[in-house]
Design a protein around this ligand. Structure first.
Ligand code: NA7
Length: 546
């Protein structure tokens, strides 16, 4: 959809707007939103806290950071030229390559000219008299716009553990997502990693090859499975390129936007031999197939889940030489796939190395950090470097960080404290003209696929409004309530929603975040997209447009 510049300019004078739209965040979401809105002929400004583009891939520079989705299923699909010219070097690209890709996108589409870096948004205030948003940056500068779009990420606010003495440590220490831009020397050093989620696993398996000694402090283990990464040879890249249409079509049809989707059979519908052969094949195949492409009941039926968990537990026992260490690495409090499955490359074999030690901090909790290292109830450890791979204030953190207020000064945080609800994960009643890309209760998974869909939906709505000189869009309270009920229904029976994890909003390092919530939409992409498309077809009947 292309609108003329004349349309958009008509939006500006009446409210003295600086921009038609402001986008927050220069990650995969924000970059694409900037591109699309600019194509509508709008004046758009993007504010980014970091000093460069990339979002997740700008911040997470820790060794070993890489895709767990196939590179060619993760990139943007909107530009044939971009697909034609970009070669991925690995099936699961590493962070430096991903960052180069996003920088290339920003260059190619001339996005830099509308991005202001080192500009963290402090507050966003809606003014109903002018139907506009006023944004204030941390440096005090203010900007007014009609539409505000957030591309601020689900996992962008890191959380550190509340351990006494954490600031007293004399050596270097940081959270993985704040890994310094300059090179960090860990070669030959005594290093601690706290946390064994997807990030901890990627870090541990990479740095163990170089450090002098690595001590891993594990609270709860996760069920990890092999990534099976490989280089993409030039001929293979040609084949991938020729198949892009099919790749994206597949991603758009699967439950969560991955190349993998659940098998139509149930676990116990097949013979034991067939079952184990299927699981062996999944264990030997690339990427998330073992999680997303398993029997259809593995993530729902406790018995099926138990059988799958036992299969993976035996793999861990086979791969880890010391039986006590193997048992410590096998989760006992949740089943396979009920938390995000970290994909690994010889992660379990890391524990067979002489320079790697696993400390179970459920058995022997950390008491404090000292200037020299870490003290548990059992021992004192000395370190040169402490790495916190302790996760994020997921889904809500990036919203809570900004003081967002809507009509009549209603604070978003207060509204969400009362009840976390949105319309399609995109809009919120009482917050007109605010659009979230992958907000709470949106469909997560292979996120760029959902991001492109969300961005295009938002762009179409804004295009629809500008074409009609409409200046205010707000989801009705009824629409929000009905989406909320739908999200709850879709989440029923899913084992993952009965387990503590970032996906259920639990974070032991934050006050008041010990209770599980339904934070994401657990239906399929097809049902999500169908619902969003129905809203468009009805002429946005569930939004108040003025
Ligand atoms: P996760 O998956 O939230 O993992 C955080 C890890 O840190 C996990 O093992 C936690 O143990 C551990 N943790 C958190 N707080 C503490 C304290 N206070 N003490 C000890 N250990 C702690 O974050 P990731 O960054 O690994 O991954 C997040 C997502 O990013 C990932 O799923 C991908 O989608 C990308 P716990 O399990 O809570 O016992």
């Amino acid at each position: 959809m292309t609108q003329t510049a004349t349309n958009s300019r008509a939006l500006i004078p009446e409210a003295n707007l600086d921009f038609d739209a402001i986008v927050i965040g220069a990650g995969v979401a924000g970059l694409y939103q900037l591109y699309r809105l600019r194509n509508l002929g709008m004046r758009v400004q993007l504010f980014e806290a970091g000093t460069g583009v990339g979002g997740t891939w700008y911040w997470n520079r820790y060794p070993g950071a890489r895709f767990d989705s196939e590179s060619y299923s993760y990139g943007y699909s909107f530009s044939q030229e971009l697909l034609d010219e970009w070669d991925w070097s690995e099936h699961f690209a590493s962070q430096p390559e991903i960052l180069r890709y996003l920088q290339h996108v920003a260059d190619k589409f001339d996005l830099y000219k509308d991005i202001q870096f080192s500009s963290e948004v402090k507050s966003a205030t809606y003014r109903d008299d002018t139907r506009s948003w006023e944004i204030q940056l941390q440096d005090g500068s203010k900007f007014k716009c009609r539409f505000l779009i957030t591309g601020i990420g689900l996992l962008s606010q890191p959380t550190l553990p509340k351990i006494p003495g954490i600031d007293s440590f004399k050596g270097q220490s940081f959270h993985t997502s704040r890994w310094p831009h300059e090179s960090v020397s860990y070669s030959g050093k005594r290093v601690a990693v706290i946390g064994t989620g997807a990030t901890g696993v990627q870090t541990i398996q990479e740095i163990c090859k170089d450090v002098g000694h690595l001590t891993v402090f594990q609270r709860r283990p996760n069920w990890c499975a092999p990534l099976h990464n490989a280089k993409i040879e030039p001929d293979e890249m040609k084949e991938i390129r020729a198949g892009y249409e099919e790749i994206f079509e597949t991603c758009n049809q699967t439950a969560a936007g991955f190349l993998h989707t659940a098998d139509s059979r149930s676990t116990f519908e097949v013979s034991a031999d067939e079952r184990y052969e299927f699981w062996e094949n999944l264990y030997a195949s690339k990427g998330f197939g073992i999680w997303q492409g398993n029997f259809k009941d593995v993530l729902i039926d406790p018995k099926a889940n138990e059988a799958m968990s036992e299969f993976v537990a035996n793999k861990i026992r086979q791969r880890v030489e010391d039986p006590d260490t193997a048992e410590k690495l096998i989760p006992k409090d949740h089943g396979f796939g009920t938390r995000r499955v970290p994909l690994e490359t010889r992660y379990y074999e890391s524990y067979n190395r002489d320079n790697v030690e696993l400390v179970d901090i459920i058995d022997t909790p950390i008491e404090k950090v000292t200037p020299d290292g870490i003290v548990t109830t059992d021992r004192s450890f000395e370190f040169d470097l402490i790495i916190y791979a302790t996760g994020f204030d997921a889904i809500l953190g990036s919203y809570n960080k900004i003081e967002i207020s809507g009509v009549h000064g209603r604070r978003l945080k207060d509204q969400w404290d009362d009840e976390l609800s949105t319309f399609l994960g995109i809009q919120i009643n009482n917050f007109p003209n605010l659009f979230m890309i992958l907000g709470p209760h949106a469909l997560l998974g292979n996120n760029p696929r959902s991001i492109e869909f969300n961005v295009e939906w938002i762009t179409d709505l804004i295009g629809h409004m500008t074409a009609r000189n409409l200046t205010r869009a707000e989801a009705t309270a009824e629409a929000v309530e009905s989406w909320y009920q739908h999200v709850l229904e879709q989440g029923e029976g899913l084992l993952a929603n009965q387990i503590d994890s970032w996906m259920t909003g639990v974070n032991s390092n934050l006050d008041g975040r010990q209770k599980r919530i339904i934070a994401r939409y657990s239906g399929t992409q097809t049902s999500y997209r169908q619902r969003c498309n129905e809203v468009v077809e009805s002429g946005y009947a569930e939004l108040n447009l003025m």
